[in-house]
Design a protein around this ligand. Structure first.
Ligand SMILES: [Zn+2]
Length: 207
């Protein structure tokens, strides 16, 4: 009998890592698995580096939505737009950073951006664990934690410069753009984005 030797089976993927962590997957059949994998890698890398368990994501699912490429809702569901993610070429095209509208571009950066929202929600759920669901929903809607982070970042950096056009939409989008910038562009990221990410990490450590 010949030995089987070597490694066999499926290569371990980030999608499988979420699945092993107990994250449910729903309505994913229409999505291109390679495109999903690349964006989930961005989510995964940020969560891991920030010490957030993958199970902070409640569910990963596809949805008919024309508004966003990806989204995180108040329940911690990570949503992929079916119209964008059903085709990897379209997904790559739609996530390109056109005219600096985003802090970074590509499938990975979109996942990193969403992980920024998850990080802020994780802090909020900890701080407000004794508050009602309604109070937490209100705080999320009012960008309470993101505003705190930006106030602190402004003090440390001396100002609150623009990171990207998209980041100017709200405090939450600005923090998410900073995360996307730092994890995608690494050393080339805006120094102000680095300040925001450091504050985020400190808050996650309970400082
Ligand atoms: Zn966002």
């Amino acid at each position: 009998m010949g030995g089987r030797g070597g490694s066999s089976g499926l290569p371990s993927s980030v999608t499988q890592a979420f699945s092993r962590a107990g994250v449910r997957m729903d309505d994913m059949e229409k999505l291109d698995a390679r495109a999903v994998e690349q964006s989930l890698k961005g989510v995964h890398d940020v969560l891991r580096d920030m010490g957030i368990p993958l199970s902070a994501v409640n569910m990963i699912c596809g949805k008919e939505t024309s508004e966003e490429l990806m989204a995180v809702n108040g329940c911690g569901d990570l949503i992929f737009s079916k119209s964008v993610y059903s085709n990897i070429e379209k997904a790559k095209e739609d996530t390109k950073n056109k005219n600096g509208y985003f802090a970074s571009g590509g499938l990975y950066s979109v996942g990193a951006h969403e992980a920024g929202h998850i990080a802020v929600d994780t802090i909020m759920n900890r701080i407000m664990r004794n508050n009602s669901v309604l109070e937490r929903a209100k705080a999320r809607k009012n960008h309470k934690i993101s505003k705190q982070i930006l106030r602190e970042a402004g003090k440390q950096y001396g100002s609150n410069p623009e990171i990207s056009k998209y980041g100017e939409k709200s405090a939450s989008e600005k923090v998410a753009e900073a995360v996307s910038d730092v994890y995608t562009n690494k050393s080339k990221a805006n120094p102000y984005s680095k300040v925001i990410v450091n504050i985020l990490k400190k808050k996650l450590n309970g400082e």
